[in-house]
Design a binder for this molecule. Structure first.
Ligand code: NAD
Ligand code: UDP
Length: 331
């Protein structure tokens, strides 16, 4: 089986590339390197012994994307490519709509033109919006009070995928709603290495630990949670990747949607404590105002993936911390 990974040099895509190659899948990567580095290919090669074919292509460039497909012969596309910085999406909404939605439309047009019938899409828990719930199942309404353009692009792409699958009954679509991916590859070679200033908790914690950022700002301690700080469902990136592998094996015509999370919540203060335990290092932090648009608690109900994909997250937050520290040491 030949698989095209869009966004395959990015954080999640690169970890997926490793696992897929190890399992014997043939992998090609398309990425414009907007938020990743070409050196990731060396790391993938070092871990697996295989250097995947790489296309430095922007999905917004239709002709270039078409060329990749004309020579590809792909059986499946895993569509990781997208811009994902929530704050930036508020400042530059058109860029986000153009890149994420426009890029996906180009991709789907190329798939249609070259007869590629399977796609797995990286969606997000953010599509559930602010329903007042804290634990989410796939049947719950989506698109409710989504506060930022990034989240809206994920919701809109899900809708587009549904419409395209309705129009083409042969299409096999899997939408995976990721909760909070963290962690790194156990080799210490691959990890999360965003260009620019990170906005997610784990990369910020790591930069505080190296002294690049002075202290962690904890956004609010007055939520209705275990200790007042925000609670999230952190899932190890390799568990997340295994969820994709499980989904590949069960693909069928139509649209299937799965939450990929652990079903367990961890507060920001618990994350700090886990980091301190694993690293033996104190993490300086300060409680500040809530971050606009944040929800108190967001946890996956992962039962559907467990039931239908025979998959469940196995690694803990501490495993993830250990792997990220290994990655920091190796780089
Ligand atoms: P990432 O930024 O590390 O990887 C995305 C990759 O896509 C980058 O390498 C970037 O260069 C590439 N890209 C962006 N726009 C492109 C375009 N127009 N053409 C070609 N390449 C393009 O992000 P990630 O954390 O690996 O996330 C992968 C996917 O999962 C994204 O769609 C993201 O929205 C989604 N997701 C991520 C998280 C998370 O917390 N990491 C949570 C939920 C969903
Ligand atoms: N968070 C924080 N300080 C930071 C970054 C994040 O306190 O510098 C908190 C945030 O309020 C949330 C949790 O950490 O409760 C996870 O935030 P992240 O941005 O990683 O994920 P998301 O909010 O998208 O779930």
């Amino acid at each position: 089986m030949k698989i095209l990974l869009t966004g395959g040099t990015g954080y999640i895509g690169s970890h997926a590339a490793v696992r897929l190659i190890e399992l014997g899948y043939e992998v090609e990567i398309l990425d414009n390197l907007n938020n990743s580095k070409i050196e990731v290919l060396d790391k993938i090669e070092k871990i697996t012994g295989v250097r995947p074919t790489f296309h430095q292509v922007d999905l917004m460039d239709y002709k270039a994307t078409q060329r990749v497909f004309s020579e590809g012969g792909f059986d499946l596309v895993i569509h990781f490519a997208g811009l994902k910085a929530v704050g930036e999406s508020v400042e530059k909404p058109l860029l986000y709509y153009e890149n994420n939605i426009g890029g996906t439309i180009n991709l789907l047009k190329c798939m249609r033109e070259f007869g590629v019938k399977k796609i797995i899409f990286s969606s997000s828990a953010t599509v559930y919006g602010d329903t007042g719930e804290t634990e989410f199942t796939e049947e719950m309404p989506t698109g409710v009070k989504i506060v930022n353009p990034y989240g809206k692009t994920k919701f809109m792409i899900e809708e587009i995928l549904r419409d395209v699958a309705t129009a083409d009954g042969d299409l096999e679509v899997v939408i995976l709603r990721y909760f909070n991916p963290i962690g790194a590859h156990e080799s210490g070679l691959l990890g999360e290495d965003p260009n620019g200033i990170p906005n997610n908790l784990m990369p910020i914690v790591m930069r505080v630990s190296t002294g690049e950022i002075e202290e962690l700002k904890i956004y609010g301690n007055d939520y209705d949670t275990v200790d007042g700080t925000g609670v999230r469902d952190y899932i190890h990136v390799m568990d997340l990747v295994d969820g994709h592998i499980a989904a590949i094996k069960k693909m069928q015509p139509g649209v299937a949607i799965y939450n990929l999370g652990t079903g367990r919540g961890t507060s920001v203060l618990e994350m700090v404590a886990a980091f301190e335990k694993v690293s033996g290092q104190k993490l300086p932090y300060k409680i500040v105002e809530r971050r606009e648009g944040d929800l108190g608690e967001v946890i996956a109900n992962p039962d559907k993936a467990e039931r239908e994909l025979d998959w469940e997250a196995k690694r803990t937050v501490e495993d993830a911390m250990r792997d990220v520290l290994g990655y920091l040491k190796g780089n």
